[in-house]
Design a protein around this ligand. Structure first.
Ligand code: SER
Length: 585
């Protein structure tokens, strides 16, 4: 049975049992900054599990796009995935254990035709917070689960909660016996040997946990989750999800393109590509923080493994096309975003290629040095320098080290990283840089644009204009400056034109390190009253601007794009604020 048939059977089955079919929520949670991605079907339903009325009623079913990143480093083995689809059904204060278990059993045995001998189940063993779940065990017996196939475990195995706080409860889990030999006399579902695979989890959500402990919810809910990729693999008798139709077209293409063979790398490429595509289709974009960073990591790790297999990176678009064609029936959003997906991934690839070339060269040098000194570990300082100077991700340093039988002091790196963040938060250079911790082509261009804007404002409005704040993201610059009144339309236009003129002149940007006194005497704009060190960096943009600054900047203004002021407003008394963007044409 194909994955899409399993999905359709599931939704039809629960529809026949009175459930409303609701659409999958986005992978990127709406209005929930506490999590990066949707990680379970219940997540978008939390308000309803807590008692709010759902417009579609008290019985719901859906397929939910999910992404879990805690296992990202495990991808490449035979089972771990970051993106997966979870089929689920919910009772919001409607049916409870008996009906839920009966429906699950019927679906598994009648719809999916799984022989009962292959099924084992687990129930909650009970503790001070919640009694032993004999009710579930008895229903399992009644429907026909075989003697000796019902197990009881504690909270570690048979209790479900998302994170530390929230709706939760005992669960009953269903396991599929793959037919592999038992690993020993004690082999049972909780064991990790691969004989038993968990296929479905029904959570009886009647508690809420917070720091004070457990309390009863207003209503008794059921929350179930069935992993589609895993079920597909088992029903098809395949060893891994990568052998199912969900991945096989892309796996085959990668194999045809590779010049070096590695099954792990093929899996990583196929898996990370699918996850990246799903995130991009739901609006995610690579960046240096939070979910943007996860996406960046997925794309970059995929590229690394394409390099490892010596696959020409210009093949990326072909591989993406194959994947979109393969998955578009299940996820029409992939077809709708085909071009965006290609653009975003290819753009990120270009950036990463630059980073990699520099970083790998440096890594090789450092490794050589370490080896010559008889060390088998790469120093935290080195990892940090690679990251800080070349944007080389620490996880890539670790992978390279692994390949060379070396270890990496990642803990030391974390400490250096934190100390560095702290320092830049406190240091005045940070104010200059306006939040440029996140440095890439876009933010660097915005940084140079900020200098141009600053000088243009002084030229148009007068020398009373002084920077009082700056903030840069990949999308825009924000610049606060002293000026007593609202700028007129004409003034705004003049400033904009003046900046664009400098961009068109393709002025060189140069940097010199001189004493603060010399800098001041040279007419460089110094912004803050903070004490500078003996030497300062001065950035000069052609004959237009000279400013004390930590950098970095573009080397020439020509490629920055067209400068556009989007907003001029009051920031506080006597301070104006401009938001501006660079448009690449
Ligand atoms: N919330 C449970 C899980 O994620 C059941 O859907 O396993």
């Amino acid at each position: 049975m194909k994955a899409i048939e399993i999905r359709n059977k599931y939704l039809d089955f629960f529809k026949r049992h009175g459930h409303a079919v609701i659409p999958s929520a986005s992978l990127i949670p709406e209005n929930d900054p506490s999590v990066l991605f949707t990680t379970a079907g219940m997540q978008p339903l939390v308000p309803y599990l807590l008692g709010e009325k759902h417009p579609e009623g008290t019985r719901l079913t859906d397929y939910q796009k999910c992404l879990r990143t805690n296992d990202i480093d495990e991808v490449g083995d035979n089972r771990h995935l970051t993106y997966f689809e979870m089929l689920g059904n919910w009772s919001l204060g409607d049916y409870f254990k008996e009906e839920s278990i009966k429906m699950s059993f019927e679906f598994l045995t009648k719809e999916l035709h799984i022989p009962v001998e292959k099924l084992s189940v687990t129930c909650f063993a009970g503790d001070d917070d919640c009694p032993r779940d004999d009710v579930s065990a008895n229903v399992w017996k009644e429907v026909g689960i075989l003697d000796g196939h019902i197990y009881f475990y504690g909270k570690d195995d048979n209790w479900w909660i998302a994170g530390e706080e929230g709706p939760c409860g005992p669960d009953t889990e269903m396991f599929y016996d793959t037919g592999k030999p038992a690993c020993g006399p004690d082999c049972q579902p909780s064991c990790d040997c691969g004989k038993y695979v968990e296929i479905w989890n029904n959570v009886f959500m009647e508690y809420y946990k917070d720091k004070n402990g457990y309390s009863k919810l207003k209503q008794r809910n059921v929350d179930t989750g069935l992993g589609l990729e895993r079920m597909t693999m088992l029903l098809q008798g395949k060893e891994t999800p990568f052998d199912t139709e969900l991945f096989s077209p892309v796996m085959e293409k990668i194999q045809a393109l590779q010049k070096v063979d590695s099954i792990e790398s093929r899996r990583i490429i196929a898996e990370h590509l699918r996850s990246s595509m799903m995130i991009i289709a739901d609006g995610g974009r690579p960046s240096n923080i939070d979910r943007g960073y996860v996406l960046r990591r997925l794309i970059r790790r995929m590229i690394r493994h394409m390099n490892k297999l010596q696959i020409d990176l210009s093949e990326l678009s072909t591989i993406i096309d194959i994947n979109v064609d393969n998955l578009k029936e299940m996820y029409p959003e992939l077809e709708q975003n085909r071009e965006t997906i290609k653009n975003v991934i290819n753009e990120e690839k270009d950036k990463f290629v630059k980073t990699l070339t520099h970083g790998e060269r440096e890594f090789q040098k450092e490794m050589q040095k370490a080896k010559e000194n008889g060390k088998s570990e790469i120093d935290a300082k080195v990892v940090f320098r690679l990251y800080d100077t070349y944007g080389f991700p620490p996880e890539v340093t670790k992978e390279l080290a692994d390949e060379n039988d070396m270890t990496v002091d990642l803990k030391g790196f974390e400490e250096l990283f934190k100390a560095h963040q702290e320092k830049s938060r406190m240091g005045s250079t940070q104010k200059f840089k306006g939040g440029l911790a996140d440095q890439n082509e876009k933010t660097i261009a915005y940084h140079t644009a900020t200098h141009l804007l600053h000088q243009a404002l002084r030229t148009v409005l007068g020398d009373h204009v002084k920077q009082s704040g700056s903030n840069i993201t990949e999308e825009r610059l924000r610049f606060d400056f002293t000026h007593p009144q609202k700028m007129t339309k004409e003034e705004i236009q003049k400033v904009e034109d003046l900046v664009n003129e400098q961009i068109q002149r393709d002025l060189p940007v140069t940097c010199e390190e001189i004493s603060y006194e010399d800098a001041k005497n040279s007419g460089a704009i110094g912004l803050f009253t903070d004490k500078y060190g003996d030497k300062v960096k001065v950035y000069t943009i052609g004959d237009f601007s000279k400013e004390i600054c930590g950098g970095p900047h573009v080397t020439h203004t020509g490629d920055m794009g067209r400068f556009k002021i989007k907003k001029e407003e009051s920031s506080s008394s006597g301070i104006r604020r401009i938001k501006a963007i660079l448009i690449k044409e």
